[in-house]
Design a protein around this ligand. Structure first.
Ligand code: BEZ
Ligand code: FE
Length: 299
């Protein structure tokens, strides 16, 4: 095929799209075909290389089951999930970012990850979800406000994390049930507080094709220590984010590119004694403080 004929091939594929197809579908599929053909021309892809790619994607699909989503992991580790999250947040927060009267920016979003479990228990403020779990105790507190600093009362703060050894309940098999996760509702001042553990870094699942890809790229599979939070209140853009421990390894090389500087939080370590909520701690503990700001939802 000549250069001219290979260019015709791209157009020939595009010409087969039904002019009555959904316009957004047509826009996306047109870009997929154009970019894929351009990539193949750029690297002059060989048949055996394309076959390796097909075998890799086949293994990615075969590794998925009801607990494991290797395609999402592929998207995460190639930075695609984080790019989609960042674009969506920029779009949904545009009005708040353009509001000259706003006193704070909306809290930055990051990836949800595969370990969110809907329907965790609703617990009173101040509860301990880390009791008996591996890891050092940590007291989390802060406020949720809008971008004008006004308290958001009765706002849900849905929290989940791995334990102090980096293991999530969902990785422990069906019998383990939920642990280290709960929903809290803010008080009249927008305040939230609870006890859990200080999370540690952990590897994303690396025993499948995505792990092979990371090793071939010379990359490690680790995520820095973090607590996941989903924060939502009526009339505001829901926020899915993390708090990252400021002293964790891998903050500058998160396997899924989720770290934002604004989400890095110091965990202050305290000797045994009376904690800020009056609890008498027999062991050393940490405190982590973070205030969230939610953007107003579009009318
Ligand atoms: C997580 O933080 O839970 C996570 C995110 C992306 C891939 C794997 C795990
Ligand atoms: Fe996580």
């Amino acid at each position: 095929m000549t250069q001219h004929q290979t260019a015709d091939l791209t157009q020939a594929v595009l010409d087969r799209i039904d002019p009555n197809a959904d316009p957004r579908f047509t826009q996306i599929l047109t870009a997929v075909v154009q970019h894929a053909h351009a990539l193949i021309r750029e690297v002059d892809l060989k048949p055996d290389e394309w076959m390796s790619a097909i075998q890799f994607l086949t293994r990615v699909g075969q590794t998925c089951d009801d607990k494991r989503q290797e395609f999402i992991l592929l998207s995460d580790t190639l930075g695609i999930s984080m790019l989609v999250v960042a674009l969506e947040q920029a779009r949904r927060s545009a009005a708040a970012l353009a509001d000259a009267t706003a006193t704070q920016k909306p809290t930055e979003a990051t990836v949800q990850g595969p370990f969110y479990w809907e329907g965790s228990p609703v617990l009173p403020l101040g509860s301990d979800i880390g009791e008996g779990m591996p890891g050092e105790p940590a007291y989390y507190s802060g406020r949720v406000t809008d971008t004008h600093g006004r308290a958001l009362a009765n706002c849900c703060v849905d929290v989940w994390s791995g334990d102090g050894e980096g293991v999530y309940d969902m990785q422990l098999g069906d019998e383990a049930g939920m642990r280290l996760r709960a929903r809290f509702y803010t008080d009249e001042q927008g305040g939230y507080r609870f006890w859990s553990i200080k999370p540690t870094y952990y590897p994303v699942p690396a025993d499948g094709p995505v792990g092979d890809m990371l090793r071939a790229m010379g990359r490690h599979p680790n995520r820095p220590g973090h607590v996941h939070m989903m924060v939502y209140a009526k009339g505001h853009v829901p926020l899915t984010t993390h708090l990252f421990a400021a002293d964790s390894p891998y903050l500058d090389s998160d396997a899924v590119f989720g770290v934002r500087d604004s989400l890095i939080v110091p965990y202050d370590k305290h000797a045994p004694g009376t904690a800020p909520d009056g609890r008498v701690m027999k062991q050393a503990y940490h405190t982590a403080h973070y205030d969230f700001a939610l953007a107003p939802a579009a009318a």
